[in-house]
Design a protein around this ligand. Structure first.
Ligand code: NAD
Length: 456
């Protein structure tokens, strides 16, 4: 239930493995698109999985929840849990989905397992979702139906690959029957390559999801803080520091990349929800608040650097390359690139944008405030400054002389550390600034160095 980034990827992976999967969504346009073989989201490999599984009949879509529950054994709930203004999550989509599932369960004789995959704060499954399911069905867990919380860790851009090869599986449940059914499903699905599986309480499983995302967010803000300091230290480059850090600490390198800050549909939202949970219990979330503060300030680095080079940026022409919150997806939810475009426009700059996949989503948010280019090349025409905001591979093809030929003033601010810095730094064709790297040719520290005492 819920055919978004998580639901569609999950459904198609099960269908590809030979399971009969019925996908349900409340958005009729989405249902129409998927039924016709077109994916509403950009994700590597999703179109071919969709057409294959529609053709072989393992996957079909419906908006009839009652029919779907009757014809299946297990329901994965993958509806959205967006942020509320106070940072807490909005449980309204999951509550109405639970009410619909419960009503359908009321009419079903056989046992059915409900698995919540949507991200929900600790206690939500047992204290919010379970009562709705029991009241609307008139039935009880674990006798009539089962309930588990099993968090999702897929990353957009590699959603299919991550679903097929997860780092771990977490099964949260309050009864052995429910966790047993889900364990057996995962064992059969992953066959010989079942990853580490933790079977625990629903609150612990909910907590694991938030701890992972808060940890990743904190890791990124930590690295961005170091990157900002590296810019002030002669000879320092956060890329090199990261190599050493990774080698010694063995930290997950997928989240050890500095840049303009983290965005997307998960990390900022989950961090705010965890902060709100701390506050509700009377505990001080100062570490997590600092993570958020650092992240909110980070996109401004690109604007500060552009001012250092250009002075006043009002009426200057900016080329913004990349709009999605990361390469490999069309998702712009909480994208740093979008907030950068908004900040540039409000500073009076003229902004032209380009993204290989996210243009249509961006238009809904940015409207007429920016100009939309058809290609990366046309985005650069006559620009005074280019900011690389999302590290799409195709941007790597643009050479220093390419930038020089197209731009009025070839200033490149590499906000995602995409380019090979030595290549761009050794040419006189462009002015190049990569975040996280010291660019002080004079090799003079920007801070006071205390001379060592002469002990001789
Ligand atoms: P999404 O917004 O892309 O998709 C949610 C879908 O649910 C939409 O298509 C919506 O129409 C549908 N929906 C809403 N109410 C419904 C209902 N009552 N019945 C049927 N369908 C309904 O969301 P997403 O990015 O796929 O995220 C889903 C959940 O998974 C969220 O809780 C999110 O935090 C979590 N999650 C997301 C990711 C990610 O990378 N996107 C990763 C891990 C976990």
């Amino acid at each position: 239930m819920g055919l978004g980034y998580v639901g569609l990827a999950t459904a198609l992976c099960f269908a590809d493995a030979g399971y009969e999967v019925l996908g349900v969504d409340i958005d009729p346009e989405k249902i129409r698109m998927i039924a016709s073989g077109r994916s509403p989201i950009h994700e590597v490999g999703i179109e071919s999985l969709l057409s294959g599984s529609l053709k072989d009949g393992h996957f079909s879509v419906s908006s009839d929840v009652k029919d779907a529950i009757t014809r299946t054994d297990i329901t994965f709930v993958t509806v959205g849990t967006p942020s509320q203004p106070d940072g807490d999550i909005d449980l309204s989509f999951i509550s109405s989905a639970a009410a619909e599932i419960g009503t359908a369960l009321g009419a079903k004789k056989e046992y059915h397992l409900v698995v919540v995959k949507s991200t929900v704060v600790p206690t939500s499954t047992t204290f919010s979702i379970l009562p709705i399911l029991e009241t609307s069905s008139g039935k009880k867990v674990p006798v009539d139906f089962g309930l588990c919380f099993s968090p999702e860790f897929l990353r957009e851009g590699t959603a299919i690959e991550d679903t097929m090869n997860p780092d771990a599986l977490i099964i949260g449940s309050e009864d052995d029957r429910s966790s047993g059914v889900l364990s057996r499903l995962y064992e059969a699905f992953y066959r010989g390559k079942l990853p580490y599986t933790l079977v625990t309480s629903t609150s612990n499983a909910e907590f694991v999801k938030y701890s992972v995302n808060a940890f990743r967010a904190t890791q990124l803000s930590f690295l961005n803080s170091l990157a900002n300091l590296c810019e002030k230290i002669p000879g320092a480059d956060v890329g090199e520091v990261t190599k050493g850090l990774r080698a010694v600490t063995k930290i997950d390198e997928r989240y050890l990349k500095s840049g303009l800050g983290f965005g997307g549909s998960c990390l900022p939202k989950d961090l705010r929800a965890l902060i709100s949970t701390f506050q509700k219990t009377g505990l001080n979330p100062e570490l997590l608040t600092a993570t958020l503060v650092v992240n909110n300030a980070q996109p401004r680095r690109a604007i500060e650097v552009s001012r250092e080079f250009l002075g006043e940026i009002r009426d200057k022409q900016f080329a913004l390359l990349g709009l999605s919150f990361k390469p490999g997806t069309d998702d712009i939810r909480e994208s740093v690139a979008i907030s950068l475009a908004v900040a540039l426009v409000s500073s009076g700059a003229r902004v032209r944008v380009y993204d290989p996949r996210a243009m249509s989503n961006a238009r809904h948010v940015l409207g007429n405030s920016v100009e939309y280019a058809q290609t990366a090349i046309s985005c650069l025409q006559h620009a005074d400054c280019c900011i690389l905001a999302t590290g799409w591979d195709e941007f790597k093809k643009i050479t220093p002389s390419g930038f020089k030929q197209l731009m009025r003033n070839p200033l490149i601010i590499d906000g995602c550390r995409l380019f090979d810095a030595p290549v761009f730094e050794t040419t006189r064709e462009v002015s190049f600034y990569q975040l996280g790297k010291n660019h002080n040719d004079a090799r003079q520290p920007e801070f006071q160095v205390v001379p060592a005492k002469n002990y001789g």
